[in-house]
Design a protein around this ligand. Structure first.
Ligand SMILES: Cc1cc2nc3c(=O)[nH]c(=O)nc-3n(C[C@H](O)[C@H](O)[C@H](O)COP(=O)(O)O)c2cc1C
Length: 263
């Protein structure tokens, strides 16, 4: 076959394509476990940052794993508010479960404050233990809902008696940097610390107000400063927090905890 023949050109191109596709798919398959491990590590890091158990966004794998030793993960049935052991914590993919019709439910429009249309039936809940006593100090809840441009994902840490916010960290969103994107500013999330979650009837009462939360307000214990130029994102945060702490979210679980006198 001549060196410049059309057939030879096609054969060389075809062999090159096959070799390249084997290389690309081979590396995708071999890197998959490492990607999954990194995703899991990222979730742990975001949770630890939300609880102020680590301060550094660039914490090493060792630092993250070490801090995570004081955290127990359980899965709860959101409807009954009971812990279940029928699902394996390690392999449960909550994000996938929230989209699968078999493992999620449609949220009635009236109750869909977070604007997410459907939610998973089971959710992970994280318990932060005190290092010396082993007593549970914090409960961490994964929460999410619509902002202006995107779905906002966060971890909220609350006190073991379910009364106070003890940390909030937004780790994924597509809001505008400097406007809605300020939800991830530690100075703003710090304003949530020690805010009182429920009113006297155990209804969620936290609210991001427009402008500054005034010390003279009769609801100051529930109120957080609004983000300027980002009222839509701020309202989205109020709504998603209200949804997840309410009857359709973690409400039944938190009520069980109060009735039982703690986790
Ligand atoms: C390019 C652009 C990006 C914006 N991004 C956001 C945003 O991320 N979150 C938000 O609530 N408002 C955003 N806004 C502003 C909203 O359109 C709206 O004006 C604002 O939420 C009203 O808030 P304010 O009453 O505090 O000004 C953006 C506006 C523009 C023009």
């Amino acid at each position: 076959m001549s060196k410049d023949s059309t057939t030879r050109t096609f054969i060389v191109a075809a062999v090159l394509c096959i070799v390249c596709s084997i290389l690309v798919s081979g590396s995708a398959v071999s890197l998959k476990p490492r990607q999954l491990e990194n995703q899991k590590l990222d979730v742990k890091k975001n949770l630890l940052l939300a609880c102020n158990l680590i301060k550094n966004k660039n914490a090493s794998k060792e630092e993250i794993e070490d801090a995570f030793k004081d955290i127990d993960t359980k899965i709860i049935d959101l409807e009954t508010g009971l812990i279940t052991t029928s699902i394996d914590v390690e392999s449960y993919n909550q994000s996938k479960a929230s989209k699968n019709p078999e493992t999620s439910i449609v949220i009635p429009a009236k109750k869909d404050l977070a604007g997410i249309k459907r939610r998973e039936k089971f959710s992970k809940v994280f318990f932060v233990k005190g290092p010396s006593t082993g007593a549970i100090k914090l409960i961490v809840l994964p929460i999410y809902g619509k902002g202006l441009w995107s779905t906002l994902y966060a971890f909220m840490a609350i006190s073991a008696d379910t009364k106070l916010v003890k940390g909030l960290g937004f780790y994924q969103h597509g809001e505008t940097p400097g406007l809605g994107g300020e939800i991830e500013n530690p100075k703003w999330t710090a304003l949530w610390n020690d805010k009182v979650i429920f009113d006297e009837n155990f209804q969620p009462a936290l609210k991001v107000v427009k402008g500054q939360a005034l010390a003279s307000s009769s609801n100051i214990q529930h109120e957080i400063d609004g983000l300027s130029g980002a009222t839509i994102t701020s309202n989205g945060v109020t709504a998603l927090v209200k949804y997840w702490l309410g009857d359709h979210g973690f409400g039944p679980y938190l009520a069980n905890l109060r009735n039982e006198g703690g986790p």
